[in-house]
Design a protein around this ligand. Structure first.
Ligand code: ME8
Length: 514
């Protein structure tokens, strides 16, 4: 048997300076959908997420809370780990930058860059944003009416002057531009790519990569009064998890296929990270994808409205799959998006409860009643039957093509178009009427719908894993025949089915009840 094609995908690692918010949840859900899709499509997947625990931002938050920084990191990291479970993420590893394995890798990449002659000691004097953990050129900052100086992301900057090691980023300007040119897919979406190309074209200065005024970080090898700049440390997590430089079973996963990150940190991933890797003589990730930001629709938060913003509460309130489905289907991946109670309820009731759920419920309850609870025997397929059954091939092709460019919403759409076609089919065929006039034909129609439900469920697993699994249970799909290869098979007539149950409860507003 030939080895499976490998696929390595990562989220950003989050700062555990607070509990996870909806933006973190969104990134995790989206990345999970891609990871699950590739697994179902036969790839050997490594999906990594984790926390970025060093840096001044963490120190300042701990100071404000009056607790040791390690305690802050432990407490919030535990919440991020709980979130992976609460949202049904299928990550294969969870990395913390405070782990010994990470110190080893970061110090190794530092040494590799130093050996290349790319690290030198000097003095830094310039602007720094603690919130972004980023250095900015003066011309990227502005003093606003409040007298405070702000960086390009709208966060305040402070003046920093200290002895520091520098990385020769300027040396890599042309190599980076050449790389973007030769690899047009390196940065997505297009808008982010254009931003980065123009940023690098304007010229790169060497980057300050160490600090001496605090010690919450990875020590610089051979000069331990310096700790490394948190982004050198953080970006390297992607390499740590593969076991570099010590090897091991995951070494084969480098370079990563895609780093999924938010649009605010594309510069770090598409400029600094590839430059560090070039310096260390390591292959570059194949793609960096900057998704958009999520905003609450500006309405007042109210728990009684169900308008919750805590990801745990949201999953609890609407259901994990409902939440996953909403974000993946509603927000074109790459764009900013809004969410609101009404939008979540409208979308999930329409597509899940009334759409796919209703299609499954209508057909499976008829099978239970009128076909002895077994997959019905079918006669010859009509043109209409064949047309519905034929929808799966283009849907899978469209989903694959969409997933290759992280257009997750398009992949979801392609899948749920089959449900819409199934709905039109069952309405037109009206098996409830056939029961009296042509019971044999009714069986064929119900067979075709049950088979269609199976196909949709297989394709929907990346987005709504739990509910899709329940649907597959209801059509008695064997556990080892649920990947995309199982789309080549069909339900076996005569197979006993479990008693049908509803999979997608309809959301009803408490207020509407009273
Ligand atoms: O940036 N909507 O961590 P972080 C969507 N530690 N995505 C959002 C968002 C929102 N409202 N707010 C944040 C860091 N994000 C660094 C990353 S990677 C080597 C180090 C996204 O906790 C954000 O863009 O501030 C980022 O991709 C991720 O959440 C973690 O953000």
């Amino acid at each position: 048997m030939s080895a499976k094609e490998r696929f390595y995908i990562t989220t950003a690692i989050s700062y555990p300076n607070g509990a996870p918010h909806i933006g973190h949840a969104y990134e995790l859900i989206a990345t999970d959908a891609i990871a699950r899709f590739q697994r179902l499509d036969g790839r050997e997947v490594f999906f990594l997420t984790g926390t970025d625990e060093h840096g001044i931002k963490m120190l300042q938050t701990a100071r404000k809370e009056g607790i040791p920084v390690r305690e802050l990191a432990d407490r919030n990291t535990a919440r991020f780990q709980e979130m992976t479970r609460a949202l049904n993420a299928s990550n294969d590893d969870f990395i913390r930058t405070t782990e010994p394995r990470h110190y080893e890798t970061v110090q190794a990449i530092w040494k590799a860059m130093a050996e290349k002659g790319d690290i030198y000691k000097d003095a830094y004097a310039g602007w720094y944003s603690v919130r972004d953990e980023a250095y900015y050129d003066e011309d990227e900052t502005e003093v606003r009416e409040d007298g405070v100086r702000y960086g390009p992301q709208g966060t305040p900057v402070e003046w920093v002057e200290e002895e520091s090691y520098f990385f020769r980023l300027s040396k890599y300007q042309q190599a980076l531009l050449d790389h973007y040119e030769k690899n047009p897919d390196f940065i997505g979406p297009e808008t982010r790519r254009n931003e980065i190309v123009s940023f690098v074209s304007r010229g790169l200065k060497d980057l300050s990569v160490s600090r001496t005024t605090f010690d919450w970080g990875v020590p610089v090898p051979g000069d331990e009064k310096h700790v490394m700049y948190v982004w050198v440390d953080a970006l390297t997590n992607y390499l740590t998890a593969t076991g570099w430089p010590n090897g091991g079973p995951r070494e084969k996963f480098w370079p990563a296929d895609v780093h999924v990150i938010g649009k605010d940190i594309v510069r770090f991933h598409a400029v600094y990270w590839p430059a560090f890797l070039m310096s260390a003589g390591l292959p570059l990730p194949k793609r960096v994808y900057g998704h958009g930001f999520l905003f609450n629709r500006g309405e007042k938060m109210s728990k009684s409205l169900g308008n919750v913003v805590d990801p745990f509460e949201m999953a609890e309130h609407y259901g994990v799959d409902q939440m996953r489905y909403f974000f993946l289907r509603e927000v074109p991946f790459g764009n900013d998006g809004n969410y609101s109670h009404e939008a979540i309820v409208t979308r999930t009731n329409a597509d899940l409860a009334n759409g796919l759920g209703n299609l499954a419920q209508r057909s499976l309850s008829m099978i239970a009643k009128h076909c002895e609870g077994r997959v019905p025997e079918h006669g010859a397929f009509t043109e209409e039957d064949e047309a519905l059954l034929a929808t799966v091939t283009p849907a899978l092709a469209a989903a694959r093509e969409a997933m290759d460019r992280q257009a997750i919403h398009k992949a979801v759409e392609a899948t749920f178009e089959i449900a819409a076609a199934g709905d039109r089919y069952i309405d037109a065929q009206a098996p409830w009427a056939l029961r009296k006039t042509d019971p044999e034909r009714m069986k064929t129609v119900l067979y075709v719908v049950a088979e269609t439900v199976r196909r949709i469920a297989i394709l929907a697993q990346p987005y709504i894993p739990d509910s899709a699994g329940k649907l597959l249970d209801l059509v008695a799909a064997p556990q080892d025949a649920r990947d995309f290869a199982a789309l080549e098979t069909m339900l076996v007539p005569g197979t006993e089915l479990p008693a049908p149950t509803g999979v997608f409860p309809r959301y009803v507003d408490k207020e509407a009840d009273s």
